[in-house]
Design a protein around this ligand. Sequence first.
Ligand code: SF4
Length: 104
Amino acid sequence: MPTVATRRTNGKIRFKKRHDLTVERGEKPTLPNRKTLAKNLLEAAGQAVKKGFKPRSKEDQEKCLQVCHKCEFYIKSQDRCGKCGCYLSWKTKLRAWNCPEGKW
Ligand code: SF4
């Protein structure tokens, strides 16, 4: 996990770990903005509550991940979807959560 250093007003240097802004060299960050990420997160929570917390089978989860790995929105360095911003290892776990592009 990369670390970012910032200088504080008292002269000390603060090191902060960055979770969500890592991209591989040559790859453009394509995540939605924070407001959209928050909205998507709330929608996903609502869908899980509404449709139930039924898990996907390991085989189905693996099929979804294979589709994501070939998708143009896939951000490999973060294992996230650039369309919705979700972490795909989590998003594929529940049947209530689906691809925003309708691919699975
Ligand atoms: S969830 Fe859908 S849009 Fe996102 S990376 Fe996977 S296949 Fe692509």
